[in-house]
Design a protein around this ligand. Structure first.
Ligand code: UT7
Length: 329
């Protein structure tokens, strides 16, 4: 089995910024509450008419430029998203066409906050099996398209963004994706969902009136689950690789709430300096948080070639994901 490694990373967030002060004018909330309870100061939001594939396209162009690749070199495209441009065709198909990635195949993957990690697992297995020489893994969401901006419990949390990485075969056993641990638990589905618009409850005038095409969340349930399951999964993956937290150079978690990240890191006994938090500038961009945080880590000089990184995520589904990797560029 060949190991896969990340050889390029590109991110994109739309230019428009929605600040806590803006939200104070829209719902009964305050900058103080949002910062204290979530750690968020601002988030990026698309202009009307901009879709997930548009953000993904910008992120992917950066990946190709970084690697000096032509779009026709891309073999596979996996797009993790819960906000596809349309139910079908898949956003991967729309993106393939925009990029001009003739000859590529691909698909969308729905795993909400764990989507990027599940796509990373899937893509790395395609490389490990020898089936593909490269896979473009994208995490992109336009959460603002499914948020009710009259619901203070959800509208302050989410933002829009995209991140993409290229997976290619690793040259040595020491670099690249070392292990993953993923788990789903559908019994938690009720706590974070978009109830209407699917085959269970197709769109009707009634469902629109009841605002059932928006994110509905029982925040405290998801909050507790995310802390417990992320820390448990991280412990297990470290143990089975005979590693301890002190071996890690960086912990990059899904950015859903600053308090979730800090509590999970605390349970693991992680040095706060090794924990990347950038939720203040982006909010929760669902599938895009981990690539966005990785880009910030590189930019801040916290992530360098050879660095041992633990990725972790938890969210709607429920889904939980962890990936252990040695950074390769
Ligand atoms: O990435 C997907 C996975 N999602 C998550 O991981 C999210 C997990 N959950 C959370 O991050 C937190 O639960 C929230 C940020 C959503 C909420 O924070 P919380 O500390 O759990 O607050 P709460 O829901 O327990 O609400 C506490 C109070 C309530 O008022 P009362 O009933 O105590 O009077 C809420 O109505 O805060 C109120 N509240 C707000 N107040 C001002 C809820 N949202 C707001 C708001 N501004 N935006």
């Amino acid at each position: 089995m060949k190991r896969a490694k990340i050889t390029a990373l590109g991110c994109y967030t739309p230019p428009k910024i929605l600040t806590n002060a803006d939200l104070e004018k829209m719902v009964n909330t305050s900058d103080t509450w949002i910062q204290e309870r979530t750690g968020i100061r601002e988030r990026h939001i698309v202009d009307k008419g901009i879709a997930t594939s548009d953000l993904a396209f910008e992120a992917c162009k950066k990946v190709l430029a970084q690697r000096g690749m032509s779009p026709t070199d891309i073999e596979t495209i996996i797009v993790a998203t819960v906000t596809p441009d349309t139910f079908f065709p898949a956003t991967a198909c729309i993106l393939q066409d925009k990029l001009g990635a003739r000859g590529a195949w691909g698909f969308d993957l729905s795993a909400a906050c764990s989507g990027f990690l599940y796509a990373l697992t899937t893509g790395s297995q395609l490389i490990a099996s020898g089936a593909q020489k490269n896979v473009l893994v994208v995490g992109a969401d336009v959460m603002s398209s499914i948020i009710n901006y009259e619901d203070r419990a959800t509208c302050v949390i989410f933002g829009d963004g995209a991140g993409a990485v290229l997976l290619e075969p690793a040259e040595s056993e020491e670099e690249g994706i070392l292990d993953y641990l993923n788990e789903i638990d559908g019994s938690g589905g009720q706590y974070l969902q978009m109830p209407a618009g699917g085959s269970r409850m197709p769109s009707t005038e009634e469902t629109v009136k009841k605002k059932l095409h928006y994110v509905h969340q029982d925040g405290s349930q998801v909050f507790k689950y995310a802390i417990r399951k992320m820390s448990e999964a991280c412990k297990t993956i470290l143990e089975r690789n005979s590693l301890s937290v002190s071996d890690l150079d960086l912990f990059i978690s899904h950015q859903a709430n600053r308090r979730i990240i800090e509590a999970a890191a605390n349970r693991l006994g992680l040095d706060p300096d090794k924990v990347l938090i950038n939720i203040d500038r982006y909010g929760n961009t669902t599938a895009a948080t981990i690539p966005l945080a990785t880009a910030d880590a590189i930019q801040q000089g916290k992530l360098k070639k050879g660095g041992l990184v633990l990725y972790a995520a938890a969210g709607a589904g429920y889904t939980v994901g962890t990936t252990l990797l040695r950074w390769a560029f």
